[in-house]
Ligand binder design. Structure first.
Ligand SMILES: CC(C)(COP(=O)(O)OP(=O)(O)OC[C@H]1O[C@@H](n2cnc3c(N)ncnc32)[C@H](O)[C@@H]1OP(=O)(O)O)[C@@H](O)C(=O)NCCC(=O)NCCS
Length: 292
């Protein structure tokens, strides 16, 4: 894993240099890893570690490493066991540079679901855009506005071609989820105002969600612009402000991730200088047909 990361980090120096060290990789592994390894003549040639997340069998970046053909054989074992456990949705995260593994997953009927990207804050996010968008740093006193704009992202994700379905419980739980993000995860809230109206929201939090990223990173966790205010630099102004704030707190890089089926996000984040470093692939095994 350390050797693979060194290759990826060589191409993307913003990523965590410490993770090139096998000793650091060991500390990032779960205490009791679950998964499989492929062995040839006593040498481990591939491994797949996984955990259950949101009812899915999830193999992260940490576990999916090695020869693509060996990984395919490991998946043949893993897939059967996951299905027997009632886990019909399987996900795997792969660095973008690992083209051979990505191609092998596509041949196994996996599809791309999520892009993970990073941007250095060496330039503190670049010059702020000029315009009539005002950005306010808000707290829980503005929870109503946060929930209203946050709700928009979830509804956007439900539509074509994203089709990310949410339960009613998810929507009723939003206020609590945002309160928790601010209180327990130290999330910072930025609201964009135009003519006195709340038209955009960005939440970011300190820290890196994956050991692939530099520990001094900060993560964009939510961005939403009201449909009537889109295409008018609101998103760009929010992101530029967040990056400046992150840099002023000493963060070295900004992280974002998005659904590859989200057309707006897929165009927007690269335009803000974010470089995709990994993808999550997903496969859902269909239910057995009732008829036919
Ligand atoms: C993605 C989103 C936040 C962008 O906000 P926005 O205010 O419309 O974006 P901006 O006007 O600041 O655009 C800045 C740049 O992004 C790019 N961009 C943004 N939306 C785009 C679109 N629909 N098509 C093509 N490029 C787009 C452009 O390069 C634009 O640069 P330009 O002004 O030089 O053309 C907004 O579309 C949105 O809220 N979408 C729904 C929710 C969502 O997808 N959130 C992100 C989840 S990860």
């Amino acid at each position: 894993m350390a050797r693979r990361h060194a290759r990826v980090q060589g191409a993307h120096p913003t990523l965590n240099p410490a993770f090139n060290d096998p000793g650091v990789v060991v500390t990032a592994l779960p205490r009791h890893p679950r998964g499989w390894v492929a062995e040839h003549e006593g040498r481990v040639t591939a491994s797949l570690l996984w955990s259950e997340r949101d009812g899915r069998a999830a193999a992260g970046l940490l576990g999916t490493v090695g020869d693509p053909e060996d990984l395919a054989h490991i998946y043949a074992v893993a897939g059967g066991e996951w299905l027997a456990m009632g886990l019909a949705t399987h996900t795997v995260v792969v660095p973008s540079l690992d083209r051979a593994v990505s191609d092998r997953l596509v041949d196994l009927s996996f599809g791309r679901e999520e892009a993970y990207a990073v941007r250095s804050l060496g330039d503190r996010g670049g010059p702020p855009p000029e315009g009539a968008v005002e950005v306010e740093r808000a707290g829980l006193d503005r929870l109503d506005a946060v929930v209203r704009l946050g709700d928009l992202v979830a509804r956007h994700h439900e539509q074509s071609p994203v089709f990310d379905r949410h339960s009613n419980e998810f929507y009723t739980g939003l206020p609590e989820a945002y309160r928790r993000a601010v209180e327990a995860e130290d999330a910072r809230v930025l609201l964009a105002l135009r003519d006195g109206q709340d038209v955009g929201l960005l939440l970011w939090r300190p820290g890196a969600p994956l050991p692939l990223y530099d520990a001094r990173s900060a993560e964009m966790i939510l961005l939403a612009v009201h449909p009537q205010a889109r295409g008018a630099q609101v998103g760009r102004t929010l992101v530029a402000t967040a990056m400046r704030d992150m840099a002023s707190f000493g963060h070295a890089a900004a992280i974002a991730d998005w659904r590859t089926t989200n057309l707006e996000a897929s165009r927007f984040w690269p335009a803000q200088g974010f470089l995709t470093v990994a993808h999550r692939y997903v496969r859902s095994v269909p239910a057995r047909p009732e008829h036919g």
